[in-house]
Design a protein around this ligand. Structure first.
Ligand code: ADP
Ligand code: MG
Length: 736
């Protein structure tokens, strides 16, 4: 449908009352070019004037032990920093016509001191308190700076007012809270009802959603609290619903394909394989295996994500699945992100195959390793054996993706640590076979909601049980001044046959500096605190072969302690390495810490993870009441670092850890999602909105089930938006 005359909404913001040419160009620079952009420039928060009280009223609330949040308006009359022996405290004194109150900060004192200046007006919100000296106060309140004019009109108007983030370009034109509010109010009044609906009426009804014009009005200037919630809900729903539609479209496309290869379970190969394992599979592993088997036997290509915490035993599951394919005469491939990991998988798998071949000599199964750094002769030999199908399992890094790697009949692909690969790379490997069955594995547990959205086209299997012999790893947080005691602990434990990893964060992205720092730690510790122990060193300057050699020496117990200034996130299982000391732990991300911790605790011995950070951060923090939004950058960093470290102490469960990580960082930053092209989510919170996401998903999938190309008239709006807005989306690009 071509639209001939330009839509008024797509014209410049300069046509809005009280936006002159100068401001219009500032708006444009800030990315708000059209009236439509402005209508969708939603406030970051609202202040509920309906709960605004006078100081005298608020005092009564406090006397009555009121436990909720209230807002009072006050003018700053004074402020002071009180220094006690232990800390600094900031007190800011306010008044209104009916009385006085004070606000108190125990941290961020310097920052807040410069926020509150004499004669400025603020709206202060929190639970009101009265101390034993009858001082009426708020501790670490939320606050909003307002104009004097607003302070007059604030009371008893029963409205909820919006607060907008004011881009710096607009601040330069002296646009304040009041001004932007007025501008957007003008725009919303005049143009909100011109906004075209993007969701069909039947969907609005089914999910009780506000229409888009009403949503815009109420998101900016809510009629009441409930309407604000409804407006936000509509935006959230729409955001996730269209993503789910794309996922459903993609999944539908995949399901239309039928695979050409067929497996049957015709020999007792798997039974034999299980008999050579030194352990029994866990219930969880068995359950996942049966899910995979079902996929393999079906007519459609498998597309499954296997999630399981570090050490939960995903490799064995993958190997058994590969054996089913091999038993049917097909080739399989296992792609991993690093050479050392590829090499480790190769060694483990080869040694298992050796045992299997010994009891199954009529059909010997062969694995090969393909890496980037191999010499030409070796490489050519391997390439040939792949082409001629002399090898059944090909293990490698992204070297597998190169053009001259030709499989004879690849039917099954496993991708380990799949979040480390981009969408493209996965697709490239898959295309080396025909209708390949795909199993992707992730040790970084991804929260359920995210799996549901980002990987919505995949079926998901979860190993949620650790092998039985594992004990919970004891994790502690210590300040640096405890290091001598910790070294003593390491020394004592060495007598009990414990080995220890000591990890330092990478100094810089420079190998040279890394080497220097590594050598320094190594020399220092060896000759002082750890004297008498055998100490080894792994650092970023080593090649993967050298690193592997060190790991093997560690395994053979040539060392009691291995110092690592490089990521040892993947390494050879070292059963006696049961202590990991992580220095400057605040500098690691949460999932990285969890991965590191996964290096220990691989046997039935009690394992320890000791997180060391600077002394003040290791002490229990009183942060519950802090208003994060107003912390300075470094305060905020310390705060989140503390939450990360404390979460490690409190939880061993990788899923819980991942969920916290996601809360702290937002989903965009983690799991390499940015890299895989996942869109920024503006409205949806993947943790809190789980129910709504589920609802949107159900609905989207049902629509595609009944109308797989969105050709019916009632879905016209959906098709239109998908074509207009999502052509370049990564999910969409794979549909076409
Ligand atoms: P991950 O899921 O992190 O890839 P691995 O597959 O490397 O974990 O398994 C970790 C270790 O646990 C390996 O040494 C593996 O042999 C062992 N393992 C796997 N399954 C079991 C089991 N059911 N019982 C005991 N040990 C197991
Ligand atoms: Mg693994």
């Amino acid at each position: 449908m071509a639209e001939s005359k330009p839509n008024i909404l797509d014209t410049s913001v300069k046509y809005i009352k009280s936006i002159g040419p100068k401001r219009a160009s500032a708006f444009e620079k800030a990315g708000i070019q059209t009236i439509r952009d402005l209508l969708f420039y939603f406030p970051t928060r609202h202040l509920d004037r309906t709960t605004v009280l006078t100081v005298a009223q608020a005092y009564q609330y406090a006397l009555n032990g009121f436990d909720g949040e209230i807002t009072v308006i006050g003018k700053v009359v004074n402020k002071e920093i009180i220094k006690t022996r232990k800390r600094e405290i900031l007190k800011v004194f306010f008044k209104d016509k009916t009385g006085f109150f004070e606000c108190v900060w125990f941290s961020g004192v310097k920052y807040f001191y410069q926020v509150f200046n004499e004669n400025d007006f603020f709206a202060i919100s929190n639970k009101p308190e009265i101390d034993k000296y009858d001082h009426f106060k708020f501790i670490h309140p939320d606050y909003d700076k307002i104009t004097e004019e607003e302070s007059q009109s604030f009371l008893n108007t029963g409205k909820i007012i919006p607060f907008y983030r004011i881009p710096k370009e607009l601040k330069l034109t002296n646009l304040g809270d009041f001004g932007i509010r007025k501008i957007i109010h003008n725009a919303a009044e005049k143009y909100a009802d011109k906004i075209e609906e993007t969701l069909p009426e039947y969907i609005l009804q089914k999910h009780s959603l506000l229409s888009l014009p009403k949503t815009i009005l109420n998101f900016h200037f809510p009629e009441n609290k409930e309407k604000l919630i409804e407006a936000k809900r509509r935006m959230k729903f729409e955001e996730i619903f269209f993503l789910e539609l794309l996922v459903a479209l993609k999944k539908n496309k995949i399901q239309k394909r039928r695979k050409t290869h067929k497996y049957t379970i015709h020999s007792d190969l798997i039974k034999k394989f299980l008999s050579i394992l030194p352990f029994q599979l866990t219930q969880s592993q068995l359950k996942v295996l049966s899910e995979i088997k079902k996929d393999m036997l079906s007519d459609f290509p498998m597309n499954r994500l296997l999630q399981g915490d570090v050490g939960s035993g995903k490799t064995i599951v993958a190997l058994i699945s590969m054996l089913i394919a091999i038993d049917n005469g097909y080739q399989t491939a296992l792609m991993v992100p690093t050479e050392i990991l590829a090499d480790q998988h190769y060694k483990n798998i080869s040694s298992l195959l050796e045992k299997l071949n010994a009891i199954n000599p009529q059909r010997k199964i062969k694995a090969s390793l393909l890496l980037g750094g191999q010499n030409k002769t070796t490489r050519n030999k391997i390439l040939q054996s792949i082409e001629e199908k002399e090898t059944d399992i090909i293990i490698g890094t992204h070297a597998l993706l190169e053009e001259n790697v030709n499989f004879k009949n690849l039917s099954f692909v496993v991708i380990d640590e799949q979040h480390r690969f981009g969408v493209r790379q996965r697709a490239d490997l898959i295309s080396k076979g025909i209708d390949t069955d795909v199993l992707v594995m992730s040790a970084t547990p991804i929260p359920r909601t995210l799996t549901m959205t980002l990987y919505g086209d995949l079926d998901v299997s979860i190993i949620d049980e650790m092998p039985k012999n594992r004990k919970k790893i004891i994790t502690v947080l210590r300040g640096e001044k405890k290091l001598p005691e910790i070294y003593k602990f390491i020394k004592d434990k060495a007598k009990e046959n414990y080995q220890t990893f000591i990890v330092y964060p990478l100094v810089e992205e420079s190998d040279k500096l890394d080497l220097k720092a590594a050598t320094k730690y190594y020399d220092e510790l060896r000759t002082t605190f750890l004297q008498g122990l055998n100490v080894g060193l792994i650092h970023g300057r080593m090649s993967w072969q050298e690193k592997e050699e060190m790991m093997l020496k560690f395994l053979k117990k040539d060392f009691d302690v291995l110092i690592a200034t490089t990521v040892i996130e993947v390494g050879i299982d070292i059963p006696d390495a049961n202590i990991i000391l992580i220095n400057d732990a605040h500098r690691f991300g949460l999932s990285q810490l969890h991965q590191l911790r996964g290096r220990v605790g691989r046997s039935d011995k009690q394992a320890y993870c000791i997180l060391v950070t600077f002394d003040s951060l290791s002490a229990k923090q009183n942060l519950n009441k802090l208003n994060l939004e107003y912390l300075s950058q470094s305060q905020l960093e310390n705060y989140t670092a503390y939450v990360r470290l404390q979460s490690m102490v409190d939880y061993n469960d990788g899923f819980k850890i991942a969920e916290i990580d996601m809360k702290l960082r937002g989903p965009g930053d983690i799991f390499g999602i940015k890299q895989s092209g996942f869109p920024d989510l503006k409205y949806i919170n993947l943790i809190e909105d789980e129910k709504l996401i589920y609802e949107a998903k159900q609905s989207a999938f049902e629509i595609i089930r009944n109308d797989s190309n969105l050709n019916s008239e009632k879905n016209f709006l959906l098709k239109k938006k998908i074509i207009n807005d999502f052509k370049d989306n990564f999910i969409f690009s794979k549909i076409g």
